[in-house]
Ligand binder design. Structure first.
Ligand SMILES: NC(=O)c1ccc[n+]([C@@H]2O[C@H](COP(=O)([O-])OP(=O)(O)OC[C@H]3O[C@@H](n4cnc5c(N)ncnc54)[C@H](OP(=O)(O)O)[C@@H]3O)[C@@H](O)[C@H]2O)c1
Length: 324
């Protein structure tokens, strides 16, 4: 099978497309024929080994796992002896944990807790777009921020991979949504349901007069003090994108002391769970949310697609078609 590997940390130019043996699923794993994958900032962080502390997980002297890639949609091509809920031919999507085989290949193996079936008519491209970004939006808004009907929710970074799902999930939860994006994305963010949009090139939301019950920070350029100014009395802030190690440390130090008198400042790391993937699949298949696709690339251009995503200006998700 074809697979992308890297033997050292570095940019996308270091990736090599090689032939590897098709992996065999263990007793509690499934083999997936990958149809489409999507790219997350996590992928190029793992590819580069940055910020450096992640090397304690991914390998100090070089990548422990030569393959990588998380989000995928595909078809079950084989099952381990202990797997009874999936059969060859089932359409599935999910996110492969970094210690497993990696989605940037014709075939991948993973445990079933990181996948779910595509029950409805969602395309491979639309399903592959969703796992990490959709889970980050769902868990941040529904679970951490406990968004309720009528809450005023601000999404900073509303046009990105996570932000485009966050706008739609906040609407589904009944919120009044303000999306922060640049001029070229105002129309896109309005088209996916935002009630209000703020152009960050012209206006700083943290200097405005509106108060928000929830601030979903997917850019990492806002500090605690500025967000406190526009947060309602019992408001919650969830930081999901940190914009660098320095900002991350500052935020975690400040957020502890700022979380008082009913206000909560926190952060989350998305957890890949079948249950939440199924919720996302139902929302997608029923048309309540859609995947916003920035661009689709052939498998041979995966390094270019990663380099493009890394620039930080994608409008929704960047997709690579593998066997579709
Ligand atoms: N905690 C977790 O579990 C988790 C999971 C996934 C992602 N993340 C993190 O979350 C962040 C967002 O991820 P993503 O996948 O959405 O990234 P992405 O797709 O690369 O997001 C890029 C978007 O951010 C917008 N943007 C850039 N600067 C902005 C600003 N100052 N104000 C508002 N929008 C701005 C860009 O719009 P313009 O082109 O208009 O600038 C672009 O649409 C990343 O830092 C990522 O590492 C965390």
């Amino acid at each position: 099978m074809r697979a992308y590997i890297r033997t050292r940390y570095g940019g996308a130019e270091r990736l090599q497309l090689v032939e590897l043996p098709k992996p065999e699923p263990k007793e509690d794993e499934v083999l997936i024929k990958v149809k489409a994958v999507s790219i997350n900032p996590l992928d190029w962080h793992i590819m580069r080994g940055t910020p450096y502390f992640i090397r304690f997980i991914t390998g100090v002297f070089g990548p422990k796992n030569k393959q990588f890639g998380a989000d995928f949609a595909g078809e079950i091509a084989g099952v381990g002896n202990n797997i009874h809920d999936y059969q060859v031919g089932d359409r599935v999507f999910g996110a492969i944990p970094k210690e497993q085989s990696g989605a940037y290949a014709d075939y991948a193996v993973t445990k079933v807790k990181s996948i779910t079936k595509i029950g409805g008519q969602a395309s491979d491209v639309n399903a592959a777009a969703m796992p990490v970004a959709g889970l980050t939006a769902l868990q941040g808004l529904r679970d951490f921020c406990q968004v309720k009907q009528g809450n005023k929710v601000l999404i900073n970074g509303a046009s990105g991979g996570v932000g485009t799902y966050a706008v739609q999930i906040a609407k589904w939860l009944g919120a009044e949504v303000t999306g922060v994006c640049s001029t070229k994305n105002l129309e896109l963010v309005t088209s996916i349901g935002a009630d209000h949009v703020i152009d960050y090139t012209k206006e700083d939301f943290s200097r405005g007069t509106h108060k928000y019950d929830v601030i979903y920070e997917a850019v990492g350029n806002c500090d605690v003090t500025s967000m406190k100014r526009v947060l309602s009395r019992n408001g919650r802030v969830v930081m999901i994108g940190f914009g660098g190690i320095g900002k991350m440390m500052k935020y975690s130090m400040q957020s502890k002391s700022a979380s008082k008198d009913g206000q909560v400042f926190g952060s989350i790391t998305a957890k890949v769970k079948t249950e939440d993937l199924s919720t996302l699949e139902e929302l997608l298949s029923s048309g309540i949310i859609k995947s916003v696709i920035d661009s689709e690339h052939p498998f041979e251009d995966l390094p270019k697609a990663i380099a493009y995503q890394e620039k930080g200006h994608a409008r929704g998700k960047v997709i690579v078609k593998v066997n579709s």
